[in-house]
Design a binder for this molecule. Structure first.
Ligand SMILES: [Zn+2]
Length: 58
């Protein structure tokens, strides 16, 4: 199950398998499905994670 977390008043969705946070639930679910099946991360998906994004807003 994807976890909803709060960060800086912003809701993020966390993949329970790898722990990365995503702004969008669909991506988090995709990540979790991939992580469970492959026991590793998909770079295409994890590149969308908050942890791997450059903070260009503001
Ligand atoms: Zn994951």
């Amino acid at each position: 199950m994807v976890e909803i977390t709060q960060e800086n008043n912003k809701e993020l969705y966390q993949c329970e398998e790898c722990g990365f946070h995503y702004q969008d639930k669909t991506t988090a679910e995709k990540c979790e499905a991939w992580c469970k099946e492959h026991k590793s991360c998909n770079i295409e998906i994890t590149s969308h994670a908050e942890e791997n994004k450059q903070k260009v807003n503001n």
